[in-house]
Design a protein around this ligand. Structure first.
Ligand code: FES
Length: 106
């Protein structure tokens, strides 16, 4: 597991993008739980956000791809609406301990 950031560096109920070498990821925080996914839409394989660190819909309840509007659940990355319905974002194992977010990148 490698260190991604401090928990406090992801605003609660919001998202943040990361670039670790070749890997583009994003994280969504709900209180002390963090979900991390590769920043790649299953529809066209391109990044999801239209402005930095903005990966959620206006209600902050779903992850939204900015290109064609696909919507994904935050807790498991499953696409519930849009051109890649039924597919999923690639989730990465992560942990939060001592205020530090760590992620496993294979
Ligand atoms: S590229 Fe994400 S919905 Fe089309």
């Amino acid at each position: 597991m490698i260190e991604l950031c401090l928990l406090e560096h992801i605003p609660n109920h919001q998202s943040r993008g990361f670039k670790l070498g070749e890997d583009e990821l994003f994280a969504v925080r709900h209180n002390r739980t963090v979900y991390v996914y590769r920043n790649r839409c299953p529809h066209l394989g391109i990044p999801l956000e239209w402005v930095p660190d903005r990966f959620l819909d206006t209600d902050g309840e779903l992850i939204q791809c900015s290109t064609h509007g696909a919507l994904f659940t935050i807790h498991d990355g499953f696409c519930v609406s849009g051109p890649c319905s039924g597919q999923s974002l690639q989730a990465l194992e992560c942990s939060v301990e001592g205020g530090v977010v760590r992620v496993r990148i294979d």
